[in-house]
Design a protein around this ligand. Sequence first.
Ligand SMILES: NC(=O)c1ccc[n+]([C@@H]2O[C@H](COP(=O)([O-])OP(=O)(O)OC[C@H]3O[C@@H](n4cnc5c(N)ncnc54)[C@H](OP(=O)(O)O)[C@@H]3O)[C@@H](O)[C@H]2O)c1
Length: 216
Amino acid sequence: METVGILGGTGPAGRGVAARLAVAGHDVVLGSRDAARASDVASAMATRGSGTITGGTNDEAASCDLVVVATPWDSTIATVTPLRARLDGKIVISMVNALTREGREMVPVYPPRGSVAAQLAFALPQSAIVGAFHHLPAAQMEDLDSGIDADVLIFSDDAPARERVAEIVGASPGLRAVVAGSMSLASPIEAFTAVCISVNIRHKAHSYVKMAGLVE
Ligand SMILES: NC(=O)c1ccc[n+]([C@@H]2O[C@H](COP(=O)([O-])OP(=O)(O)OC[C@H]3O[C@@H](n4cnc5c(N)ncnc54)[C@H](OP(=O)(O)O)[C@@H]3O)[C@@H](O)[C@H]2O)c1
């Protein structure tokens, strides 16, 4: 079972993924710019199952077997670049969405190369970049009693890495892995998060993506 480090893991998104992966048996490190803060955040989290959640630096998180990037989009590349040597040869999962708020809506922002995942693939050429977890409502992920039953769309140009992430997601409670395809889907998958959040704002909801018609 891989250890999992989460860069920017102290935010709602990182905590939500940590909660689910720990239940599935992974030991998770919440990475932060402030290790003491990360320890406090980790200590306050409820855990269930055989995995653990601890806090540390982003450098410590990047030393784990598998790494999730959960920073704001405009600090993602600055966060990973100094960690490149630690991330070489590893699966790096991006859940980062480039979005900005305009009134009652979230709208997509298109970074250079069209998506954050593509930016990561350029910045980390020796890592296997996999996109996942983009559309999940963080609070429902962290609350293990929320009853969430969500699909996780997964994309990568590295097929074995994509399949391993699908196995990990599928073993996590409340989540179904749906392999969507290659890195060419990064831009629409990231941008669709703007739709999910805008719907939730407008309807005062915590909806999530569930695709009908898939054979289990
Ligand atoms: N929230 C959701 O429901 C959700 C769901 C799916 C995907 N996402 C995506 O996941 C990512 C994180 O979302 P979030 O809501 O957790 O965001 P967030 O709370 O704004 O940021 C997450 C963490 O990133 C670190 N961070 C903040 N500014 C930084 C900077 N300038 N440089 C380096 N690190 C910085 C902070 O940790 P430290 O201060 O401890 O370093 C913070 O706790 C976003 O890209 C978002 O689009 C979010």
